[in-house]
Design a protein around this ligand. Structure first.
Ligand SMILES: [Ca+2]
Ligand SMILES: [Ca+2]
Ligand SMILES: [Ca+2]
Ligand SMILES: [Ca+2]
Length: 456
């Protein structure tokens, strides 16, 4: 049975009304102070986007920069899990709420508003670890890797562990079905079996988040951990540490439309496109490539394009789009030095091309662009009440997207420490050929959430 949006319960109704009012009010306000991109002619896709707030959920005292999504109560419902941490990155509180009504399902630890902030990944993911049909919460609690039952938050497994920087659900076939768990540390990677025993451990340099990709097409995904490509048994295939400071984000796909996969890496320097053999095909123009994503951003070619987010110190947050050969198709003005990038495929259903979602800009709300850089939508997200020099400022916020109600279109979920906003596109399907795969849960992007979006 499909999940349908319901009227929110009374306790959040006033908050919802206030937020929608603020959102609508800010839409008007923003139109007076919009950056240059908003003055462009409407793109054809803009006509098919009508962002509407479905819910605005108060996070009370349990809000956090760290949020994960999953089906904690079974396959017909979606929940959000907020993870608070202290200044030492120790998890202090985990709160699960149902969506879109915001009801608290369970909570472990003591919530406190001061523990909303983090500046890096936190080792926590949501996945059905014990295979009972309910997603579970897997995290590091400063001593152990712990698995909590998603349905009630009870501990269903734990094992002492060294500290990982992030966790990665690794879809290896070596356990006969269930995935493994990668402990992605600052200087090591380790594979844990479904019983949480260590299968292998290797040392390597720091990177933000690993990525699995089947480079030899045998059905078993290899693991890109930093600049090291590993077999699923932990053996090194190649090491490309000469690419730069570290692997900030990675993405893969058949960019050149020849049936062979390429790998794109943001390197804290110039972006790079590699063959699966590790050959560098081209480098980009970035000063500090932070995010990178391969997508089908043009309907005119079967080749794919590559978008990057550059943390240049002077004009930070520049978006660039490259063709398969590494030629720049366009670049944007700066979105700010904390801006994040994600590819979204199904905001407009049945469109053959992907869109870019730019979020965490301090000077503009989360914004969608098409593959030519034209504005598609600005989400009605209210600025925080923080002003400098009279300008509207946006709080730290984080964007995620998937098909929440299984209708073929993705919803966009934006959270800051105070609230979670859910947006949907109320326009009907564009009806073009070549619609893409639905992004409802479960999906590998959502069960491997990270700040450092690329494959995300
Ligand atoms: Ca489970
Ligand atoms: Ca393989
Ligand atoms: Ca290719
Ligand atoms: Ca939907």
């Amino acid at each position: 049975m499909a999940l349908h949006f319901r009227h929110p319960p009374t306790r959040v109704l006033l908050y919802l009304c206030a937020c929608v009012f603020v959102a609508l009010a800010q839409t008007t306000e923003l139109s007076n102070a919009t950056p240059k991109t908003a003055k462009r002619k409407p793109s054809s896709l803009q006509a098919y986007s009508a962002a509407q707030v479905v819910a605005a959920i108060s996070l009370q005292d349990f809000g956090s920069h760290v949020v994960r999504y999953g089906q904690l109560s079974g396959t017909d419902s979606v929940s959000a899990v907020f993870v608070q941490v202290n200044k030492d990155r120790e998890v202090t509180c985990i709160t699960a709420i149902s969506l879109p009504d915001g009801k608290v399902l369970w909570q472990r630890g003591q919530p406190h508003k001061r523990n909303f902030r983090t500046t890096g990944d936190i080792p926590v993911q949501v996945h059905d670890w014990n295979g009972d049909g309910f997603d579970d919460v897997i995290y590091y609690d400063s001593r152990d890797i712990v698995v909590l039952s998603g349905s009630d938050g009870a501990v269903i497994g734990s094992v002492p562990s060294e500290e990982p920087y992030s966790l990665y659900i690794y879809p290896t076939n070596q356990f006969g079905g269930p995935p493994g768990l990668i402990l992605h540390g600052r200087s090591f990677n380790a594979l844990l079996a479904p019983d949480l025993s260590v299968v292998w451990r290797v040392t390597n340099g720091f990177s933000h988040f690993p990525m699995s990709v089947d480079v030899d097409y045998d059905g078993e995904p290899e693991l890109l951990a930093g600049y090291v490509l590993l077999t699923s048994r932990g053996q090194t295939i190649w090491n490309k540490r000469q690419l730069g400071i570290h692997n900030d984000a990675a993405s893969y796909g058949d960019v050149t439309c020849d049936g062979a996969i390429e790998i794109a890496i943001a390197t804290s320097g110039k972006g790079a496109l590699l063959s699966t053999a590790g050959d560098v095909l081209w480098r980009g123009d970035e000063n500090h490539a932070q995010h990178i994503t391969i997508g089908s951003f043009s309907a005119n070619t079967c080749e794919r394009q590559i978008a990057t987010m550059d943390r240049d110190k002077e004009i930070s947050g520049i978006l660039r789009m490259y063709d398969a050969r590494g030629r720049i198709l366009w670049k944007s003005s700066g979105h700010g030095n904390r801006a994040m990038l994600s590819r979204i495929d199904n905001w407009i259903a049945d469109t053959p091309t992907s869109l870019l979602l730019v979020s965490r800009s301090f000077s503009a709300p989360p914004t969608l662009y098409d593959g030519s850089g034209k504005l598609v939508a600005r989400l009605p997200f209210p600025p925080a009440l923080r002003h400098e020099n009279g300008e509207a400022k946006y709080s730290f916020h984080f964007a995620q997207h998937f098909d929440l109600n299984k209708d073929g279109q993705e919803e966009i979920l934006i959270s800051n420490e105070d609230a979670l906003w859910i947006y949907t596109n109320t326009n009907p399907s564009i009806g073009m050929l070549g619609g893409k795969t639905s992004q409802s849960l479960p999906n590998p992007r959502i069960c491997n959430s990270t700040f450092y979006t690329g494959m995300q």
